[in-house]
Design a protein around this ligand. Structure first.
Ligand code: FAD
Length: 668
């Protein structure tokens, strides 16, 4: 087993913020005035968990089981509807069921390398260590993972790995895992240890004497603001991909909770590390509000290609030729050509950039020129349609439902070889590696505030490998946070839960209320969606797949102007009372502006390319990302300095002890 010095990295930063020594005078004062809710029963510890995705539901269930009183909130009407159910492809673990040489070390190594050597080594090692426990836990809950004929759990491969370590349940892995976590959660609800608040949205975190002591949440049905107090607050509220408007994320995903924590002093780490997934259904018009992912698992058997000849590409774009009319010798399987060792299973950042490079050169295959083919002809000919349907049936059906093309239909036969209708795919915003900064114990820079799952930055460096988000969310929720939070809570016997009557709660609630009034009273002419769509265009154009210093500065300027338009010309119909979805969306958009600028600031400050952050000025002759380890081998943590002001960058140096930092190579 490896141990790391960096396990304690930045603990000093946290320590310096925790008031040292005995209970401060102010607390004695509260005690004297009997303002503590539970002065007699000091050991009754309450934890707020915001979010019921895989990270939140698993944490709430585990904390409940350990005897804490948990308040668990989510936006949806049921935890079962959290965004995590969108996860299709699978979850990684180092079980080595395939006997292909996998190990905890190898999973650790692949994840660090996949993250382009920008992750914290110690965290990733812990993640790899607990990966196997997650599978055991989920099997015990009854999660119906796919099995081999003989009963063993089946595996498939995901990008960035040369072993088969991804456990899956058809194309619905996230949903099945969430049903498992939900059943544990329901058990704790029944036992009275977890109290669920569905259709509630956290609007602010309440800080008392430098520690997170509660939250202000909006009841989304009545519109009322409510106060919740606890000994610690955990946010598990997902990523910020929807800043780009069009993404594969669920429509409800937003970064309001994380941004409010950032505004209250939590550092935000590596915001520029945004993942663009190579296999999404291409954008097909200006009226679209959502993009659909075609799971990375399809790259196990699907081959990615564009025509070799530019005249074929032009004919495809003009609609005078179809993909299946192009014979084998005229197809450019560009990933297999450029990266022979990993082929179609290179990591997402590499595959996305390669697709963009082909399309930028004019080889795109749809009418916009912004698509490449994902073709199953070879695998269907080799394995038969039945086998392919067993593996990807629901994904084929989903593709057909959206595009009216069924990838299992024979379309042509050339020289005795059957050609099937290929899918068309293009990169799209998918996942955010950046997030609220946490230490090794998953505590943010605000004592008592923890962040887990996609909303923290912890494990994926500059690029996340496929099937690792579910692994991280469940590692955080089942196996890390329930233990590390106790180091903080141990101290809580002398710091009991406070009353929500404290002035800090009243002030936070007043501010949220004033914000709702402000947004409703702008009474301008533009809808939330029209402004959000424009923000998305700016983000994609200037802060997207290829970034330059010039472009980022332009993007920031445009964002400032658009934010002004938002502040002066927004129209939100209805009132504060009752359900008002437009008002909720306006709050989210306000925070997407803060987030978008943060992504741009971070991208501008990082004069190198790594993982999902590609600065066009910093690339090799072959167009690969060019890191600068001498100057940028750190986690970039940002501290909020007020609206319109540039945030301050604080650097957490990375220390690698077990893995040699080198240039990523997927060629051989
Ligand atoms: C299409 C798609 C497919 C994917 N496939 C895979 C895959 O195969 N394998 C893999 O490893 N990863 C996959 N991912 C990534 C993975 O699904 C996510 O990273 C992961 O599910 C995030 O889980 P989470 O618990 O952190 O957050 P989420 O699932 O996003 O849950 C967030 C929770 O927070 C709540 N919430 C948010 N804001 C607030 C607020 N202000 N107040 C109260 N509650 C709030 C929400 O209601 C929700 O309950 C996929 C992602 C997408 C988009």
């Amino acid at each position: 087993m490896l141990t790391f010095k960096s396990e304690r990295i930045m603990a000093k930063v946290i320590d310096s913020k925790i008031p040292a020594g005995p209970v401060p005078e102010k607390w004695k004062e509260y005690k004297a005035h009997q303002r503590l809710v539970n002065p007699k029963n000091k050991l009754k510890l309450d934890v707020i968990v915001v979010g019921t995705g895989l990270a939140g539901a698993s944490a709430a269930a585990s904390l409940g089981e350990m005897g804490f009183n948990v308040i668990n909130l989510c936006i949806q009407d049921s935890p079962r509807r959290a965004h995590s159910i969108a996860a299709q492809g699978g979850i990684n673990a180092a079980k080595c069921y395939q006997n292909d040489g996998d190990s905890v070390y190898r999973l650790f190594y692949d994840t660090v390398k996949g993250g382009d050597y920008r992750a914290r080594e110690a965290n990733v090692y812990r993640l790899a260590e607990v990966s196997n426990n997650i599978i055991d836990q989920c099997v015990a809950q009854g999660v119906p993972f796919a099995r081999e004929y003989g009963g063993m759990l089946a595996n498939r491969s995901f990008g960035g790995a040369q072993v088969s370590r991804t456990f899956y349940a058809k194309g619905q892995t996230g949903q099945q895992l969430l049903l498992g976590a939900y059943s544990s959660l329901s058990c704790q609800v029944q036992a009275g240890k977890v109290k669920l608040y569905t259709r509630y949205e956290m609007e602010d975190v309440v800080i008392v004497d430098g520690r997170a002591r509660g939250i202000i949440a909006k009841n989304l049905v009545t519109g009322k603001l409510e106060r919740f107090s606890a000994n610690a607050v955990v946010i598990a509220t997902g990523g910020y991909g929807n800043t780009y408007f069009l993404s594969t994320n669920a429509m409800g995903c937003n970064c309001t909770a994380a941004v409010q924590c950032y505004r209250k002093g939590a550092y935000f780490a590596n915001p520029s590390y945004v993942q663009i997934h190579p296999t999404c259904i291409p954008v097909h018009g200006d009226k679209q509000s959502k993009l659909t992912l075609m799971s990375e698992s399809l790259r196990n058997d699907g081959r990615i290609w564009v025509p070799k000849k530019i005249e074929d590409a032009k004919a495809l774009q003009a609609g005078t030729k179809q993909g299946w009319e192009i014979p084998e010798e005229d197809r450019d399987y560009y990933l297999e050509r450029r990266y022979p060792a990993f082929g179609n299973l290179v990591p997402r950042d590499v595959a996305s950039r390669a697709a963009k490079e082909r399309c930028d050169k004019g080889f795109g295959v749809n009418n916009t020129g912004l698509a490449v083919f994902l073709d199953f002809s070879e695998s269907i000919n080799r394995l038969g349609l039945d086998v392919i349907m067993q593996r990807y049936g629901n994904l084929f059906e989903m593709y057909e439902e959206i595009t009216d093309v069924f990838p299992g239909d024979v379309a042509n036969e050339i020289n005795g070889v059957k050609y099937y209708k290929p899918m068309m795919i293009y990169p799209a915003i998918h996942y955010t590696m950046g997030g609220i900064w946490v230490d090794y114990e998953l505590q943010t820079s605000i004592p008592g505030l923890f962040a887990i799952g996609e909303c923290n930055f912890s494990d994926h460096g500059a690029n996340r490998l496929g099937a690792s988000a579910l692994m991280q969310g469940l590692a955080d929720g089942y196996f890390v946070l329930p233990y590390t939070i106790q180091n903080y809570l141990a101290d809580q016997a002398v710091w009991p839960k406070v009353s929500t009557d404290l002035p800090e709660f009243a002030e936070a609630e007043k501010k949220v209320d004033a914000e709702l009034d402000r947004l409703l009273n702008i009474k301008g002419k533009r809808s939330v969606d029209s402004i959000h769509k424009e923000l998305g265009h700016i983000m994609w154009e200037y802060v997207g797949m290829g970034r330059t210093a010039e472009g980022l500065k332009t993007g920031l300027k445009k964002m400032h102007e658009l934010e002004k338009e938002f502040d002066e010309n927004l129209f939100v119909p209805g009132t504060k009372e009752g359900l008002n979805i437009e008002l909720d969306k306006a709050i989210h958009l306000r925070d997407f502006f803060t987030m978008g600028q943060l992504v741009a600031f971070d991208a501008l400050s990082r004069n190198e390319s790594c993982g999902g952050h590609f600065r066009e000025e910093y690339q090799t002759e072959e167009g690969e990302a060019k890191r600068d380890d001498e100057n940028y081998f750190y986690v970039g943590c940002w501290e909020y300095k007020g609206k319109g002001n540039e945030p301050e960058l604080i650097k957490e140096p990375l220390e690698y002890e077990a893995i040699k930092v080198q240039t990523r190579n997927y060629k051989n």
